[in-house]
Design a protein around this ligand. Structure first.
Ligand SMILES: CC[C@H](C(=O)O)C(=O)SCCNC(=O)CCNC(=O)[C@H](O)C(C)(C)COP(=O)(O)OP(=O)(O)OC[C@H]1O[C@@H](n2cnc3c(N)ncnc32)[C@H](O)[C@@H]1OP(=O)(O)O
Ligand SMILES: [Co+2]
Length: 150
């Protein structure tokens, strides 16, 4: 594979950017910059109890800015805020078959934080790759209900 076709390869994978997540202690104050940039929430805020977060999603170019605030002290976002402060939290890519992608990546040595998919926002199923495996960036894989024919 030549360098130029290797560069093109990611676009052949079918992987798309689902969202860029930002951790904030408060959705309203965290929204100010995005509203000033004329971005608008794509819907009502959504609680994801399993993750201990409230989500406000701003639509941008077919992807989302996912603003996350903690709803309980044990939330990963609460821990993140305490240790690293507000800001970029993770990248999320949309996959058509989460189980198959988890199996494929695991065979390549990828480390998933949980072996089982978890419930995400908007009826999605999600899995997180450990940042130690992915070069220091937390990466989430997202499968939408439509991919499951729901
Ligand atoms: C699913 C709903 C919604 C959606 O999209 O639908 C969401 O995205 S919810 C998002 C919140 N949920 C999660 O983030 C789940 C996955 N995250 C975790 O399980 C933890 O946060 C974990 C394992 C990444 C870190 O756990 P914890 O903070 O308790 O452990 P450490 O502090 O020891 O961290 C270990 C190591 O990882 C580094 N770290 C932590 N968070 C991040 C991050 N967001 N990006 C990059 N690196 C991160 C941390 O600095 C430690 O590294 P070290 O070099 O040892 O300091
Ligand atoms: Co996310």
């Amino acid at each position: 594979m030549t360098a130029s076709s290797a560069l093109a390869a990611p676009y052949l994978s079918g992987l798309t950017l689902d969202h860029i997540a930002v951790a904030t202690p408060d959705l309203d104050s965290g929204s100010a910059a995005y509203l000033a940039l004329n971005l608008h929430p794509e819907g009502p805020d959504e609680d994801v109890p399993g993750q201990g977060v409230r989500v406000r999603a701003f639509e941008i170019g077919g992807s989302l800015i996912e603003l996350l605030m903690p709803t309980r002290e044990s939330s990963p976002i609460a821990t993140f805020l305490a240790k690293r402060g507000a800001g970029l939290h993770h990248l999320a890519f949309r996959v058509s078959d989460l189980a198959a992608e988890m199996q494929r990546l695991s065979a390549l040595g990828a480390v998933f934080i949980s072996a089982e998919p978890q419930a995400g926002r908007a009826g999605t199923r999600v899995a997180f790759l450990h940042p130690k495996w992915s070069g220091g960036t937390l990466i989430e894989l997202v499968e939408h209900p439509a991919e499951r024919g729901e």
